[in-house]
Design a protein. Sequence first.
Length: 340
Amino acid sequence: MPGSPDPAGRSRVVVAVPPGLRAQFFTPEVWQELERAAELTVLDDHADRAAVAAALPGARALITSWRAPRVDAGLLASADRLELVAHTGSAVAPYVTEEVFRRGILVTQAGDEMARPVAEVALAFTLSLLHRIQRFDHALRGGLDWTAASEAPPRHEIHGSDIGVIGASRTGRAYIALVRAMGARVSVTDPYLCDADAEALGVRSVELETLLSHSRIVAVHAPVTEETRRMIGAEQLALMPDGAGLVNTARSWLVDEDALLAEVSSGRLDAAIDVFDAEPLPVAHPFRSLPNVLLTPHQAAGSVECRQRLGRSAVGEVLRLLAGRPPVHAVTADALTRLH
């Protein structure tokens, strides 16, 4: 029963992660390590608020995943011993409230583990847009003859191309390293990027308008805050050169989807998109039929290795708590300004 003492005297940990994600997040070795260290209450229906509330009395730690209920004053009323919320994702704002921080409960996230795979997908998108692979694929699958299918706007190599990066985030920096290693010239717009950091990254720090108007590919890696909502709208997209491409593996929050649809529908720009205003993307959405748009279903961080690192990170934070050690990936209440 939730709250019952463990015969071995171990602390209790609630795992609010559904079976499918548990299998992806926790290797047998990591799960066994957690089982040895703690008495586990595992919730299959992790989105059931009442089930989470019933499990919390006596628990020292809570491991959460996507679609778990938000830990607010109501849930905390039953969390008499809670010391840690370890989230297996990146943004914690949908899952905790200020009350968690006011009570001195630690909050950790595993976003660092997502940077590399998302950057790799952004690189794959970049190469596809530069070489118009999405257009060729669409043409061949659509039944065009070989000669017609071979026609596409001019194609370019990444070596020597001007790549613009919006946001020197963890993922943005990982992407910068990848494209620079392939010979791209990189410009970055980020109000928090100082000259010394730009020099260390090997990039030019420029204003957004300059970046948009001079980049062959623009990759969006900015954080999701009130200030960044729809930061790329019709006015900004109009600055991009004809034939340029937009890569978005961050959040649709950052880009005006209607404005982007208008540009790609005209054929002036290409785009590669992993995130959308409506998810799942509606079957009848115009993006689906456009030859110059490459689509993936919000899976940029979905590699086997990444999912396992997310689980290992969260379990590691729990083990540190139980051993009396500080967390590695703690966040403060400021993280609540990251909305998604």
